[in-house]
Every structure is written in C-alpha cells, then in structure tokens.
Design a protein around this ligand. Structure first.
Ligand code: UDP
Ligand code: MG
Length: 318
C-alpha cells in the first residue's frame, strides 16, 4: 500500500491562546511522519474555525501563507463542535484524502498515537477510535458526568464505547458512507458505530489543557434563553424538562425530611405536607418531566423537518 494521504481535522473555537503551539506541534509531527514513510507528503492539516470571536482565524490564515499544507474553513458563526467535525470530514472528502483523523485543538489527546491510527488503517481498519485511559482527576465533575453519560447511553441500548470522544480515524470509505447521513442533529460518535465497519480501538492518555479554557461547561447547557420564538428555538422544551426534574427532586427532599422527622420525632416540615402530598407533588413533577422528554423528541423532529443547513461556511482556504 502506498503511504496514505491523511487529512488531520482540528475544530477550533476561540483557541487563540494555544493555536500557534498546536500548529507548530502538528506541523512537526506531519513532517516527521512523512519522513518516516508513514504518511504521504500530500497529507495536510485542516482547521475548522467554529465562529471564533478571537484571532483564531487570523492565526490559521497566517499559517497557511507559510505552509500550504495548513488549510482552514471558517464558519459564519458558532455551530458547535459536532458540526465543525462534520464540516471537516466533508471538506476533507472534497479536497481529497485516503483517511481523516480528528483531534482537538488543545492537543489534550496523545498525538503520538496518530502513527498507530495510520498503521491500523494500513492493516485494513476503516474506523480507528482513540479511547481515553482516564481523567487525571478521577473525581472531577467532568469525569463523573462523562461516566454517567456512557452508562445512560448503554442503558438506552446505544452501543457507545466508553471514553471514546472525537479522537479517531475514518477511512475514505467510512467518509463516503457518513456523507449519506443527512440528519441535522448529528451525533458523530454514535453514527460511527452504526456504520458497522471494521473498527479498532487504541488507548491513549489524556493530558491537561495547557492553555485556554475548556469550551464546554455545565452551565452552557442550562443557559436557556427565551428570546427566540418557538419556531427558532426548541429550548422552551428544555425548560419544561428542567421544571419537571426540579419538582420531582423537591418532592424527594420533602420525603426525606418527612421520614427523618418521623424517625427522630422532630418537626422538619409543616404538618400540611404529609406522605400523600409528597406523592402528589412527585407525580405532578413526573408528568411534567415526561412531557419534557417527549418535547425533546418533538424538538428534534422540528429541526429535522426544517432541514436548515447544518453549518454555513463563510470562507475557505483549501
Ligand atoms: N469546539 C468547537 N466548537 C465549540 C466548542 C468546542 O469547535 O462550540 C472545539 C474546541 O476548540 C476544541 C474541541 O472542540 O478543539 C474540544 O473542546 P474543548 O477542548 O474545549 O473540550 P474539552 O476537552 O474540555 O471536553
Ligand atoms: Mg480539551
């Protein structure tokens, strides 16, 4: 097999602090792997600027002037990490490549595994997934929520490999199939499994983010703005979901207070809230919660039916 032409896709959202370092590191790695005969010298880096408000795009453009193997596409606004990765995949397909590797702009993933990814591709694997060994901080909010997420997905019969995020290689064949999936609410990690292609898992160590901040936080999910009309946003449905969850939780707190109060014969809550009241509040909360769940699906259907573009490319240097 000839040395493959690999496209390395790197989504970047407000990454000005770390981007130059990442470019230098990846440029060197690319050069080393070409010299070693792992990659073809036509391999390239493809940055996807996901609507950054900082100098991210200028850094990419400057890098391209010095080295044409550094390419970039710029979204008109922030579309989120999944859209950035999808755009990277589809643009790489357009530019041409034998396989694509995705990695985060902060290079928290171990870049040395790229060689192993390519070797696995040469062995005939169409999908190579990087699997994170563990977080450096075992009991951080992120590690706990992440493990809960994978448990929930498995409970829902979605066969996700725990600790695999977006560090992976997809062959041209996998890209062509992925291009057939036209859904708006794209969850690439799940789609990759549904392809059913020959897959290999490679473990890697995750390191700390050296510069800049994580672009994902707990609150970004709950920042619900009611400014958009229902036709423009399905967020009100999320709020309904949250209200139901909060009411159910409150009823649980009342129940615990009631039980403790009875055991130790102390008055923790007023007599008005007896077991039946608690049950009523719980059921009311549960009902709203269930409507919220159904609402989530309706929201997804609404977005799919509208069929709006999954992302808008404002500028490309490819
Ligand atoms: N990212 C993106 N769009 C977003 C959020 C993040 O393209 O809306 C990119 C980000 O620049 C990085 C990758 O997705 O390259 C992963 O983000 P981050 O490192 O902040 O996530 P974490 O490692 O904390 O999960
Ligand atoms: Mg990161």
């Amino acid at each position: 097999m000839l040395n493959p032409k690999i496209s390395i896709v790197i989504p970047a959202y407000n990454e000005e602090e770390i981007l130059q370092k990442t470019i230098d590191k990846m440029e060197n790695l690319l050069k080393k792997l070409v010299e070693k005969g792992v990659l073809s010298d036509e391999s390239y880096l493809l940055f996807v600027n996901d609507g950054s408000a900082d100098a991210t795009w200028d850094i990419i453009k400057d890098a391209n002037k010095k080295n044409s193997a550094i390419k970039g596409i710029k979204f008109s606004r922030n579309f989120g990490n999944q859209s950035a990765i999808l755009a990277g995949y589809l643009s790489a397909k357009k530019i041409g490549c034998d396989a694509v590797i995705t990695i985060d702009a902060d290079l928290q993933q171990d870049v040395n595994k790229i060689e192993d990814f390519v070797n696995a591709y040469k062995e005939g694997y169409d999908v190579v997934c990087g699997v994170r060994n563990s977080y450096t901080k075992k009991f951080s909010l992120k590690s706990v929520t992440s493990s809960m997420f994978y448990k929930c997905m498995n409970f829902l019969n979605v066969p996700l490999k725990p600790n695999h995020s977006e560090y992976r290689l997809l062959s041209k064949k996998a890209l062509d199939i992925l291009d057939e999936y036209k859904e708006i609410n794209i969850f690439i990690r799940g789609l990759v499994y549904s392809l059913g292609l020959k897959t290999k898992y490679i473990n890697y160590d995750i390191s700390k983010r050296e510069l800049g901040k994580s672009k994902f936080n707990f609150y970004s999910l709950s920042k619900m703005a009611l400014n958009g009309m229902v036709s423009f946003s399905t967020r009100p449905l999320d709020i309904v979901f949250l209200i139901g969850a909060v009411i159910s939780f409150l009823s649980l707190v009342f129940a615990i207070l009631f039980i403790i109060g009875n055991i130790f014969d102390v008055k923790l809550i007023t007599n008005d809230i007896g077991p039946f009241r608690i049950w009523q509040i719980f059921v009311a909360g549960l009902q709203i919660f269930c409507i919220g769940v159904v609402g989530e699906y309706i929201g997804q259907i609404l977005r799919e039916v509208k069929g709006r573009p999954r992302y808008i490319i404002d500028e490309e240097i490819i």
